[in-house]
Design a protein around this ligand. Structure first.
Ligand SMILES: [Zn+2]
Length: 297
């Protein structure tokens, strides 16, 4: 099966040597009344090009950091393309390096991913590239689930990456099952909120849990039915039609598989790489100790 061309048509390009050019950053015009405020000097945006990426560095990365980022981008591009051969790889993608720190994000409409200079997360690239390869045409449960699963496939040793820190998605779901805190498949499939907040919130905790459950569910679909059926589900966007079962039947089979794969998951605090107020809240929710709204926000 070949997914219709919503990405640019495949066109083989010869690998080109890295070209680096400098683009002057925008200068802010100050309309002074009295003493003008002391503004930080504008950061020149530096543009780097690789075979598949235009990197727009607005944060002044060190040359060695840029070199390793360029290499890693091309590696992960090829690995995601190989893992998702049904998709037409985007010909050209943009990488924005932003000054400061935060959670990486993608803008599928412009084919760009953004990372923060103070928290560069190359291990997050398979997740971000998966979004740009699909174009994010489906709901969060399928899109995020696929990105989480691809990360598990491509970086099995890296369990620090949001959102499945510490242990694989199946193990987290097994833990949710132990405490009866699993968000139902019916609700998770329809969830609209997949946005994180580093400061923590009820919506943030729900977003973490549906990311994890989505990754676990996609793994179960692929391992149980195969990739062709997964893409059929992606295209039809209809659980029953694609997987031939009621939502409750599918949910039971999925959760059983997750529990059987990880009958002894790590406890929540032990699995998380760091435990602050945000993570403590996640763990309270994982243990079913806090109210969770059905709207997941
Ligand atoms: Zn995502």
């Amino acid at each position: 099966m070949r997914i219709p061309c919503w990405a640019a048509a495949r066109r083989k390009r010869a690998r080109v040597p890295c070209h680096r050019g400098v683009v002057a950053g925008a200068l802010l015009a100050l309309l002074a009344c009295g003493d003008p405020p002391v503004a930080p000097p504008p950061v020149e945006e530096v543009v780097y090009e690789t075979q598949h990426f235009v990197i727009r560095d607005g944060a002044g990365l060190a040359a060695s950091t840029v070199d390793s980022l360029e290499a890693r981008l091309e590696v992960e591009y090829e690995r995601v393309a190989a893992a998702l051969p049904v998709l037409v790889p985007p010909e050209r993608l943009t990488v924005r390096i932003l000054a400061g720190g935060g959670i990486p994000f993608v803008t599928p409409g412009e084919g760009s991913l953004s990372q923060w200079a103070e928290a560069l997360s190359p291990d997050y690239l398979p997740h971000q590239l998966t979004h740009l390869f699909t174009g994010y045409f489906r709901g969060g449960f399928l899109e995020e689930g696929l990105a989480v699963y691809l990360t598990e496939l491509l970086l099995p040793e890296s369990r620090m990456v949001n959102p499945y820190r510490g242990q694989p998605p199946h193990a987290w779901v097994s833990l949710f099952e132990r405490f009866g805190s699993t968000i139902s498949l019916f609700t998770a499939y329809r969830a609209a909120n997949f946005s994180y907040s580093v400061s923590g919130s009820s919506a943030d905790a729900s977003a973490w849990q549906v990311h994890v459950e989505g990754g676990s569910f996609v793994r179960w679909v692929v391992e149980t039915y195969g990739w062709d059926e997964w893409w059929e589900l992606y295209q039809l966007n209809d659980l029953g039609a694609a997987l031939r079962g009621s939502t409750s039947e599918l949910e039971t089979a999925w959760l059983t598989a997750a529990r059987n794969a990880f009958p002894d998951p790590l406890e929540c605090e032990a699995a998380l790489s760091s435990v602050g107020p945000r993570e403590e809240f996640w763990c309270l929710r994982a243990r079913g100790s806090l109210f969770r709204s059905t709207s997941l926000d």
